[in-house]
Design a binder for this molecule. Structure first.
Ligand SMILES: Cc1cc2nc3c(=O)[nH]c(=O)nc-3n(C[C@H](O)[C@H](O)[C@H](O)COP(=O)(O)OP(=O)(O)OC[C@H]3O[C@@H](n4cnc5c(N)ncnc54)[C@H](O)[C@@H]3O)c2cc1C
Length: 392
């Protein structure tokens, strides 16, 4: 009997991981990607233990680890005074506590590791420059209309997984009312060569600098040769995508009165890319019949817990686990959704909640800082055990 066939729309971190997981579960996979070339914007991503454990089970972890940095520690700092609010050990200590490594990696390196693995699996057909246009449930599966340079095609599959990101075509058809919600913030991203910074700011430490209305995250990527910066500021512009450049002067205006180290970091990059932050309200349900959603298409969230990609990776593991050996594919997709929805809803809500906590000003900020300073180091990551300790 020939393998059952799953079509995946979108070859982001979610789609690539799901293709590997589904092929491992015995499915033939067609991975459709609208972009003619896969190239991630020049920035980093943090992957916590809940995600790295999945990458291990998929056999792709070693490739990812080869390009990753494993921070020794994390620190939360007062962006204005430069003083430490909290922090703790990471590295082997966090790995032992949460049963998996915590790493930071350049997005292009993560994507290349996943893509190389995908290209080695004969059961996966990757079609770049192929955009899913529409779909319809048909007897025994789903018919897809796909647009590409040479025209259009119809493709038949047993199931369709929409891993097509925030502006998902699949979600748009299933839930036309569920439009992305603008958070009135921009994430500015840049990388700086490590040698251009003082050693105290280019060490293997993840730093989160908090200030009224804005924050800054820094960590090393590219085997420590570069430092990744993410600066989050208020912003009213809704243009979507990484091609939105922003000037250093405009960015720095949001960090007036910040400490010398934070300013030094923010002044270092030649060029910043600006990304308007959108997320989704948690959906009451994801799929229908032979169709479901995965990753940002299902549960886009603000980046304040660094969990968007990690949740897409978790989705991939659960989806493949439910479909493996399933006789009734739509029923397996509903089990996948039932397993994932409460968790991704909780993570989405927690990520939104961090927006307020990170950006407090005035007396509430002082109260937050007192609480942060008072808590023992071991308690900081422990608050997020429910996120990091997840198992498929
Ligand atoms: C500033 C910032 C920092 C972040 N930091 C972290 C972090 O540290 N850790 C973390 O876990 N997450 C982080 N995230 C979140 C993370 O980047 C996303 O959650 C994750 O990349 C989503 O992956 P995805 O595969 O679901 O979607 P996407 O990456 O959006 O991929 C969707 C893919 O689908 C393709 N596509 C779209 N439409 C179609 C179509 N019709 N047909 C075919 N293909 C289509 C697109 O071209 C794209 O390649 C961050 C996000 C931001 C904005």
């Amino acid at each position: 009997m020939s393998a059952r066939h799953i079509a995946l729309a979108g070859a982001g971190i979610g789609g690539l991981t799901a293709a590997l997981a589904l092929a491992k579960a015995g499915f033939a996979v067609t991975l459709l990607e609208r972009a003619p070339v896969l190239e991630e914007a020049g920035a980093g991503v943090q992957l916590a233990a809940n995600a790295t454990r999945v990458l291990k089970t998929l056999g792709v972890y070693e490739r990812v680890a080869a390009k990753a940095v494993f921070p020794d520690a994390f620190a939360v700092l007062d962006g204005r005074r430069g003083t430490r609010l909290s922090g703790g050990a990471m590295g082997a200590a966090a790995e032992a506590r949460f049963g998996g490594p915590f790493l930071v990696i350049h997005r292009a390196d993560l994507q290349a590791a996943l893509l190389d693995a995908v290209r080695e699996v004969p059961a996966i057909t990757l079609r770049l420059g192929h955009a899913l246009e529409s779909f319809a449930a048909v007897d025994g599966g789903v018919a897809l209309t796909v647009r590409h340079d040479g025209g259009g095609d119809t493709l038949h599959a047993d199931a369709l997984v929409g891993a097509d990101g925030l502006r998902s075509v699949v979600r748009g058809a299933l839930h036309p009312q569920a439009t992305p919600s603008f958070r009135h913030r921009a994430a500015w991203r840049a990388t700086v060569p490590a040698h251009a910074l003082p050693a105290r700011l280019a060490d293997p430490v993840t730093r989160l600098w908090l200030g009224p209305g804005a924050h800054l995250v820094t960590y090393p990527v590219k085997a420590g040769r570069a430092i990744n910066l993410v600066a989050v500021t208020p912003d009213a512009r809704q243009a979507h995508g990484w091609s939105e450049a922003g000037t250093r002067e405009e960015l720095l205006a949001h960090y007036r009165g910040w400490c010398a180290d934070a300013r030094l970091l923010l002044e270092a990059p030649e060029r910043w890319l600006r990304w308007a932050l959108f997320d989704l309200d948690p959906l009451p349900r994801w799929g229908d019949g032979p169709v479901t959603l995965l990753g940002d298409a299902a549960h886009a969230m603000p980046p304040f817990l660094a969990q968007g990609a990690a949740q897409a990776i978790e989705d991939a593991a659960v989806l493949a686990g439910e479909l493996a050996g399933a006789g009734d594919i739509p029923a397996a997709l509903r089990r996948y959704e039932a397993a994932r929805l409460p968790r991704t809803t909780r993570v989405q809500r927690a990520a939104r909640g961090m927006d307020r906590i990170y950006h407090l000003g005035g007396p509430t900020r002082l109260a937050r800082d007192l609480v942060m300073r008072a808590q023992p180091e071991s308690a900081v990551l422990e608050r997020y055990r429910w996120i990091y300790d997840w198992r498929a």
